[in-house]
Design a protein around this ligand. Structure first.
Ligand code: SF4
Length: 430
């Protein structure tokens, strides 16, 4: 390892260690909340209101993140089995069953500490009806209030003034009063503005990191690596000083990688060379996450852009949380998350990624659980192929149900797909 690479490795550890500490501290606060009296709010990633919760000193709990962590830790199989024994069908989203099974098995969170029961279920779901059903189930299990924010779908591909006013009205009349009641504190708009200003700073650096993949070779993998980079901003930390620092450090690390001409970082170290630049649509599989990543990196394939890293906010299109328009910008944030976009907008976004990131192809990982992503994916694939002339590939798996990750089958398909790209490339060079 040369001096620059060594320096980059040290910096990498800085941001990773910071994220690890942030997560550990958060779950410790949650575990001790019955003694400290700090209240929590269970809520979801797309369309989350983290800054608003933090302005009331409330602790967010994100069941999807707990489910994906259970998948990565090899616990989801047993949790899903618990939920299916209780009668939940094989067709139900596996995040829901994993969460339910975890709850029925003692509600131990990703760091091994106990998760408190919800003090409030804040249903601010975006683009997916399953979220509503998920909290209906939790409501039956826990005796706690529910607050709902209904976020209109971008059916016509835009956010209108009346849509914005509708969401802001609900924030003022439903959500904020529920948070005031739970916390015993009054809404403090100045505090919310401070948090939103910090969010925007962190969002600037996150966008810089994601867009570094336009460089050749890409210093990052924007899908497998990207899921770590979006962690703090998509979860409980947007608006915190820790998140600002995390993204500042991360950006500095990626700047060093780029200056040193390094290829994307993988769990095995720096990729030896970059052969294929791929855009990926759809969430990853979490139960075989490392194995799935290795199928790409072994072939010299780097993901230069992905839609999954926009599920908790599409910041690279220019959106920032805005302290001068606090509730309006929270409303726009909720309506702008990826799965709240209609299919033509998704096609436009993917076509733009293919061009801006000089990609060789679009690969779809279609997960069985999630209609929010999977509906329309074959149409998306064909349309992007037509517009860009680049080959599309299609693999199928699931989020956290290991029964739907067939390693041999997926590896086979990926190898064929990369061969097809290579042949097309040779054909056009001839
Ligand atoms: S179906 Fe998809 S968007 Fe809906 S809860 Fe499950 S994973 Fe989330």
């Amino acid at each position: 390892m040369n001096a620059q690479a060594a320096a980059a490795a040290v910096h990498k550890d800085d941001s990773q260690l910071r994220q690890k500490r942030m997560i550990a501290d958060h779950f410790t606060r949650l575990a001790h909340s019955p003694e400290t009296g700090q209240k929590n709010v269970y809520t979801f990633v797309p369309g989350n209101l983290t800054e608003l919760l933090l302005s009331f000193d409330l602790l967010p709990v994100l069941p999807e993140i707990n489910a994906l962590q259970s998948g990565m830790r090899g616990k989801s199989k047993e949790y899903i089995a618990v939920a299916e024994k209780l009668g939940h069908s094989e067709d139900v989203c596996t995040y829901v069953k994993c969460d339910l099974g975890m709850m029925k098995s003692g509600n131990t969170g990703p760091t091994g500490e106990h998760l408190p029961n919800p003090d409030l279920l804040l249903l601010s779901y975006t683009g997916c009806f399953t979220f509503l059903k998920w909290f209906e189930i939790l409501k039956q299990e826990y005796d706690c209030p529910v607050a709902m924010l209904h976020v209109p779908y971008q059916g016509d591909g835009q956010i209108t003034d009346s849509m914005r006013a509708y969401v802001v009205g609900q924030l003022r009349e439903k959500v904020i009063p529920a948070l005031e009641k739970l916390s015993g504190k009054s809404y403090d708009e100045d505090r919310l503005k401070e948090l939103l200003a910090r969010s925007a700073r962190a969002e600037d650096d996150l966008v810089w990191v994601l867009q570094s993949a336009k460089h050749r070779p890409s210093p990052i993998d924007a899908y497998f690596g990207g899921v770590y980079y979006i962690g703090p901003i998509f979860t409980a930390f947007r608006g915190t000083e820790d998140a600002v620092e995390y993204y500042r450090e991360l950006r500095a690390e990626v700047e060093e990688r780029m200056a040193a001409g390094l290829c994307a970082l993988t769990p095995e170290g720096d990729m030896a060379g970059e052969r294929f630049r791929i855009v990926v649509e759809g969430p990853p599989n979490w139960t075989s996450f490392r194995a799935f990543w290795k199928m790409f990196s072994d072939e010299g394939a780097v993901v230069v852009a992905s839609t999954y890293t926009k599920v908790g906010g599409v910041y690279d299109s220019g959106f920032r949380h805005d302290p001068d328009r606090p509730l309006e910008s929270l409303a726009e944030y909720c309506m702008g998350c990826y799965t709240n976009l209609n299919l033509p907008s998704r096609v436009d976004m993917l076509t733009r990624y293919m061009r801006e990131y000089s990609a060789d192809g679009l690969l779809i990982n279609s997960v069985k659980s999630c209609n929010s992503f999977s509906a329309g994916q074959l149409m998306i694939l064909r349309e992007v192929e037509n517009r860009t002339g680049k080959p599309g590939g299609f693999v199928e798996s699931d989020l956290v149900d290991p029964r739907y990750f067939s390693a041999a089958n997926i590896k086979n398909r990926l190898e064929s797909y990369f061969q097809m790209i290579e042949q097309k490339r040779q054909g056009s060079a001839a």
